[in-house]
Design a protein around this ligand. Structure first.
Ligand code: PDD
Length: 287
């Protein structure tokens, strides 16, 4: 397996990370996960724009121009022979010795690392759906930044896993925010409802595509958020991300959502999403 360390494509076992990298010590960095279908990136620009926007919000300078970064990431995809899979990339603020919370005045050299893996589409996710649990959202108040700090997310995800569920749907009091690694939606009386893209959620790229295709196919969209009560009485529930597309939620905290099957509007939205993937990346292979 070949990985990227800055502008070098090297064998994974050869990659070395400095123990005083601020990403390693403080989680001081940003990341993206980009999906490829048929060896073509999907919504590449949107992901990279979000990477630079996240970096900008924490005054981190990405050490590459966008064109150069694209060349590097496409090279990574090719070197690993990825057809349908995921590219993970992160940029940390760089190495600072000795460790100091204060960022030095002269900018550090940012460190880019990236890896790629083949991950076929899993139709059982989309067709059968998955179970979720509810979990209080104890994360910080800048969830719009795709930062490396994911303890609040991983703790919630692991709680779900231990409960035999796929995802933890997070809420701040009555207000549902998002999943631990996904955005969350309900369908209520034909309207698609989701949290506004503010500081309490990550503005998912999949979410952006979903809202667009939903409007295109005539499903009304309300970015007004929804409550735990709305969730409990929803007609359909689903989650989304780069890696899981549109995945129905069929049970929450042991309670079945409606008939426990993917809802008709969720299916329509996923079909429209798939058409968008097809448009950008060509014919799709299923697992
Ligand atoms: N997670 N919200 C959170 C907290 C996320 O971590 C993610 C993505 C999303 C969905 O964003 P997008 O549609 O752009 O993937 C929402 C990625 C996949 C991850 O951390 O692996």
């Amino acid at each position: 397996m070949k990985v990227l360390v800055n502008n070098q494509l090297i064998e994974r076992v050869e990659a070395k990370i400095d123990i005083e990298d601020r990403g390693y010590q403080f989680g001081d960095g940003v990341y993206e996960v980009v999906r490829a279908y048929n060896g073509q990136f999907f919504t590449y620009e949107e992901h990279i724009d979000r990477l630079y926007a996240s970096a900008n919000k924490i005054d981190l300078v990405i050490p590459f121009e966008k064109a150069e970064l694209r060349e590097l990431l496409e090279g990574l995809l090719k070197a690993n022979n990825i057809g349908t899979g995921n590219v993970y990339l992160q940029v940390t603020r760089g190495i600072q010795s000795p460790r100091n919370h204060v960022v030095p005045e002269l900018p550090l050299e940012g460190v880019l690392t990236a890896s790629a893996s083949e991950v076929p589409r899993d139709t059982t996710l989309f067709e059968q759906g998955r179970k979720a649990i509810l979990e209080e959202d104890v994360r910080w108040l800048r969830c719009d930044i795709k930062s490396l700090n994911l303890l609040g997310n991983t703790m919630a995800k692991n709680k779900a896993h231990q409960a035999g569920a796929f995802e933890a749907i997070l809420h701040r009091g009555e207000e549902v925010t998002e999943g631990s690694a996904t955005n969350a939606y309900i369908i209520k009386d034909g309207t698609l409802m989701t949290h506004a893209a503010d500081n309490l959620i990550l503005s998912g790229i999949t979410r952006q595509v979903i809202l667009q295709v939903a409007r295109d196919i005539g499903v009304p969209v309300a970015e007004t958020g929804f409550t735990l009560t709305d969730l409990a009485t929803a007609d359909e529930v689903f989650i989304s991300s780069t890696t899981i597309e549109v995945t129905p939620i069929i049970e929450i905290d042991g309670k079945q959502v409606r008939d426990g099957k993917r809802g008709p509007i969720t299916k329509k939205i996923h079909d429209a999403f798939t058409a968008e993937v097809l448009k950008q990346c060509g014919e799709l292979a299923f697992s």
